[in-house]
Ligand binder design. Structure first.
Ligand SMILES: *[C@@H]1O[C@H](CO)[C@@H](O)[C@H](O)[C@H]1NC(C)=O
Ligand SMILES: *[C@@H]1O[C@H](CO)[C@@H](O)[C@H](O)[C@H]1NC(C)=O
Length: 311
């Protein structure tokens, strides 16, 4: 009996609570804010969905090979199968790519050296500069972007060029070229003495200004061996930092199943065999200034060039 009575009391309590809940729900349903909260909830859901889709989409097409924040203590190397591009050219044992790939090293140049190189680029490019967002300065040929064309700084500025560049500047370039050549040879198992500097080799400065001529269109996917037949190994020495000095401007290796990015960092060197196994592009720069030097190597002595020097 006692048990049953307690049961009755409980059920009476429950029904009172149920009534209260129902009344509350009815009041809430009548509330003029109910429509707004539903809308807010829908908006929140849409935002969450979009954020999720964005993260899935960006992860899908971008896979970070080396981020700006990490500092590599030894080269990070990724081997890939060589393309057939090299077969169209003469084979140079100990140099022509038989092992292909890409690598990144943070031990080739110090940040101080990168800083000095950046100043060289700034001084040189201050003499001209493209109307579009991409300017180059080639210390070997003297080519400098100016407006919609190029001028030769060595003839255009003749003796005054010695007020802008010093012997030490060129010496630093030579030292960098030597170190890059060494790390390429070590990484790909080559005889360093069989690699030669080739042209073009240049400083580049990119900002977000829109392109005025095709020379400013640096973002198209391309293969260096196809663009410049002489290239066998390409290297890039970065002089500014991704996300700090500029946004966008990541280097992207375009593989069939993924896009792999290298985030520039001052002093970082990225190098790779120049064939279509390393099809790549540079993401458009969104803000700031991106400085880099392209140093390219050939196996063919006919395409060798001397280190740049002051005339
Ligand atoms: C790589 O990026 C390009 C756009 O730059 C895109 O069209 C392509 O689908 C991406 N590839 C993969 C596998 O995500
Ligand atoms: C890009 O650089 C050029 C040359 O220094 C300059 O005239 C232009 O204003 C810059 N653009 C932006 C968006 O900063």
């Amino acid at each position: 009996m006692a048990v049953q009575r307690r049961g009755n009391v409980k059920s009476a309590d429950t029904s009172t609570i149920e009534k209260k809940i129902k009344r509350g729900m009815a009041q809430r349903q009548a509330s003029p804010y109910r429509g707004y909260s539903a809308l807010l909830l829908a908006l929140l859901c849409t935002c969450a969905l979009l954020t999720w889709l964005w993260s899935v989409w960006t992860n899908d097409i971008m896979d970070t090979m080396v981020s700006r924040g990490e500092v590599l203590t030894q080269p990070r190397v990724f081997m890939v199968q060589c393309s057939e591009d090299y077969q169209k050219y003469k084979h140079f044992p100990g140099c022509t790519p038989t092992k292909c790939g890409r690598a990144v090293s943070d031990s080739v140049a110090t940040t101080d050296e990168a800083q000095i190189l950046k100043r060289i680029a700034e001084r040189g490019l201050a003499l001209g500069g493209s109307d579009g967002g991409a300017s180059i300065l080639d210390l070997h040929s003297g080519a400098l972007s100016m407006g919609k064309k190029f001028v030769n700084i060595y003839s255009y500025f003749s003796d005054q060029i010695r007020d802008i560049f010093t012997e030490e500047d060129f010496e630093l370039y030579r030292v960098m070229r030597g170190r890059i050549q060494k790390v390429i040879a070590e990484t790909f198992g080559l005889d360093s003495s069989k690699l030669f500097l080739t042209k073009p080799t240049f400083f580049s400065r990119i900002n977000s200004t829109s392109a005025k001529t095709t020379h400013d269109e640096y973002w198209h996917p391309h293969t260096d061996k196809v663009t410049y037949g002489s290239f066998d190994y390409t290297s890039l020495l970065y002089l500014t930092d991704y996300g700090v000095d500029f946004g966008g401007g990541r280097f992207i290796f375009m593989d069939p199943n993924s896009n792999r990015t290298v985030e520039p960092r001052a002093g970082r060197v990225s190098f790779f065999s120049s064939g279509s196994e390393n099809l790549h592009r540079v993401e458009k720069v969104a803000w700031g200034m991106r400085y880099a030097i392209t140093v390219s190597f050939t196996c063919d002595p006919d395409y060798a060039i001397a280190d740049p020097s002051l005339p």
